[in-house]
Design a protein around this ligand. Structure first.
Ligand code: ADP
Length: 690
């Protein structure tokens, strides 16, 4: 029902001023909002992805730092054990030094090991073999306070203790940060001395943490306030630095281990996640762009559709043809303004109305109902050229309409109803009636004119019987004078008088009949009868002009369907024209032939074409000159002084009204043949002959 329901939208709103649509401004701002939202969502996603990645790096760094602290602690504990092992053998001083040197060789983080007595006096010492003695510049005594503090601590806790770190300037202008470890030696529960090991902070970093560092990391010891004490690792810097710090608290000293890590620039796609998010964002933006494009396309199509609808509406409103659609149940689903004007009902009164429709005349409602039932069964398609019917206006007046119906087929090819177009043909009917009346008047005038022309012929024709009657009458009078023996002769004369009077009466009657006959009916008429009706009049003129008349009829001709009076006048006109032409040209032996024959081959008849009879009127007159041919059928064209020029034009009108054809051709060597055709009488109208 889609197509009908669309068409059925009640007037005056086929979807144009219908549902409210957002203005262009609102639609634009909605789109703007959407774009802004999507853009900010994407930016947030990218930022979150970046942050996530940063937090990953940060937590890895924290882990690394914690691991490094663990490593350092473990190494310190192992170192303490190593130093305890150095002293455990109660070594002689001479043997101590090489052992200490061996340890220094293994442990680069130590720069000096000292064996001190319980009052911190140095018993033996050894320097790292990897660098010149670091105490050259300031001398070892400078660090005595730090050592004493550490050892006091160690004594208190009975274990290793560390001093705070201090800077040792070197002879080459540089320097290094060092820290003392003091390990009290206890022999049989009594303090017997100390082992003091000096740690280089930078070597701790290089030896104990360094191997695990990546290229993009830097590790350092700082004080609590951030002052850097020692550093190890790459000096390169990226655009983004991550820092992790862990406290290294040793007995007597606390330091911060700080680890820096950085990422190189540029760093557009830092990792898979960000790349993924970026790709998805691009895809999202592309989809958004495509949607926008699609939207614009839709808008354009919508606009076109609105234009098309407006166009259709304007077209429907301007039509003078009434349009009506009905569904398959016979309910009205659509009417156009012209239809409403035609029947005088408002569209709202008609829409949805079933049968009987308000514009059906009550006396015809039954017939229309039957017609509609037949239509709705779909068995009989309505005639393409339409059919005539009568409708009733709201005020009760009737008017004729021409209805053209066609099935309403929807997009799926299914019939959803019927569409009908209506033409109010009352005006056409009025004009037709007028023209028929004037045509009739013209015909009657032409007939009278013909008779007028024939008045002299009539007087001539009537003269003969009248003269004969008068001579028989005077003969009879003479016979009466002669006595009663002449009764037989008088009787004969009276018979003759009666005969002649009858003849005169016939002549007058034929003229009377010709002028007066007015029946309009078309009827099956034998061609013979047509000829017989006109022959008395034809013969009148023929006798006067000395023309020889011949009629030729095929045997067994069927009757033709025609308006007798009209066709007789055609024949009479043609015969009269022929005789006058021959008379004017003073033809040597004027002759007129009226012939009737059947036309159409057997083949044409077999194809269902109807049979035709051809009437021809042949003369041996002067023929028709080229200049006259063009205007022959023009009304009021004549070459005769007393002619009206209506004969041939009326003849053609009459023949064509019967569906036939009137033409002429030369009759060699001399003369003209006029021919016309009439349909043979059958139930149905005939197709024109070929
Ligand atoms: P009218 O007879 O009053 O002149 P028609 O329409 O019958 O009017 O004829 C028009 C003209 O056609 C005639 O004036 C005549 O010149 C010409 N015409 C008609 N029939 C013939 C014919 N058989 N032979 C020659 N000319 C003819």
């Amino acid at each position: 029902m889609s197509s009908t329901s669309a068409a059925a939208a009640p007037r005056p709103a086929p979807g144009l001023a219908g549902p409210r649509r957002p203005s262009a401004y609102v639609r634009g701002s909605l789109w703007g909002l959407l774009v802004v939202l999507v853009a900010s969502l994407l930016a947030t996603l990218v930022w979150l992805a970046g942050r996530y990645e940063a937090s990953q790096v940060q937590s890895r760094l924290e882990r690394d730092t914690a691991d490094a602290i663990g490593d350092i602690r473990a190494a310190f504990t192992r170192n303490v054990q190593t130093l305890q092992a150095l002293q455990s053998g109660a070594l002689a001083r001479e043997a101590w030094t090489p052992e200490a040197l061996r340890l220094l060789h293994e442990h680069r983080e130590w720069i000096r090991i000292e064996w001190r007595d319980s009052s911190l006096g140095t018993l033996a010492w050894a320097d790292t073999p990897f660098r010149p003695s670091v105490f050259l510049r300031l001398g070892r005594g400078n660090a005595q306070a730090d050592v004493a503090l550490a050892c006091a601590n160690g004594r208190r806790v009975s274990g290793p203790a560390y001093s705070s770190s201090y800077f040792l300037p070197q002879v080459d202008g540089l320097g290094l940060e060092v820290m003392e470890l003091c390990l009290p030696l206890v022999t049989a529960g009594r303090l017997s001395g100390y082992v003091v090991a000096t740690y280089s902070l930078s070597e701790i970093l290089a030896g104990l943490v360094g191997p695990q560092l990546t290229r993009s990391q830097e590790v350092s010891f700082t004080e609590a306030d951030g002052t850097r004490l020692a550093l190890h690792g790459a000096a390169r810097r990226g655009n983004r630095v991550f820092t992790a710090q862990q406290l290294l608290d040793l007995p007597g000293n606390t330091m911060v281990l700080r680890m820096d890590s950085w990422r190189g620039a540029p760093d557009l796609f830092p990792n898979v996640l960000t790349a993924l998010v970026t790709t998805m964002s691009i895809a999202l933006v592309s989809v958004l762009a495509l949607l926008g494009k699609d939207m614009r396309l839709r808008q354009r199509v919508e606009q076109d559709l609105a234009d098309a609808l407006a166009f259709r509406k304007a077209m429907e409103d301007s039509l003078v043809t009434g349009l009506r659609a009905r569904d398959l149940e016979g309910r009205i689903t659509y009417v156009n303004p012209a239809f409403c004007d035609m029947v005088g009902f408002a569209g709202a009164d008609l829409l949805g109305h079933g049968t009987p429709a308000p514009y059906w005349p009550p006396e015809l409602a039954d017939e229309y109902q039957k017609r509609q039932d037949v239509r709705l069964t779909g068995q009989h398609a309505p005639p393409r050229e339409g059919f005539e019917s009568v409708f009733m206006r709201k005020d009760g007046s009737r008017f004729p309409v021409l209805i053209i119906e066609a099935p309403l087929i929807n997009q799926q090819g299914i019939q959803t109803g019927w569409m009908s177009a209506f033409l109010d043909i009352s005006e056409q009917r009025r004009v037709e009636e007028l023209s028929r009346a004037s045509q009739e008047r013209l015909q009657a005038t032409a007939r009278l004119a013909t008779v007028g022309e024939m008045a002299s012929l009539l007087s001539h024709e009537l003269n003969q019987p009248l003269a004969a009657i008068s001579s028989y009458a005077s003969g009879s009078i003479n016979l009466l004078k002669g006595g009663p023996h002449a009764v037989a002769d008088i009787e004969l004369a009276m018979h003759r008088i009666a005969e002649q009077a009858e003849r005169a009466g016939k002549v007058i009657k034929s003229v009377h009949d010709f002028v007066r006959r007015r029946d309009q009916e078309r009827e099956a008429t034998a061609p013979q009868a047509l000829l017989e009706a006109i022959m008395p009049l034809v013969n009148l003129q023929a006798r006067k002009l000395g023309v020889q008349v011949q009629t030729l009829l095929q045997d067994g001709l069927p009757p033709v369907v025609c308006d007798r009076t009209m066709v007789e006048q055609v024949l009479l006109n043609l015969a009269r024209n022929a005789m006058q032409a021959m008379d004017q040209a003073a033809a040597a032996s004027p002759s007129l032939t009226i012939q009737v024959r059947r036309v159409g081959t057997q083949e044409q008849l077999a194809q269902g074409n109807k049979a035709w009879l051809e009437f021809s009127v042949t003369d041996v007159g002067p023929g028709i000159p080229e200049s006259v041919k063009q205007q022959l059928f023009t009304p009021f064209f004549t070459t005769k002084a007393e002619g009206m020029g209506l004969g041939l034009s009326l003849c053609r009108t009459v023949v064509e009204q019967h569906g036939g054809f009137l033409g002429f051709e030369p009759n060699p060597p001399q003369g003209t043949i006029f021919r016309f055709t009439l349909p043979v009488a059958t139930a149905e109208p005939a197709a024109p002959p070929t």
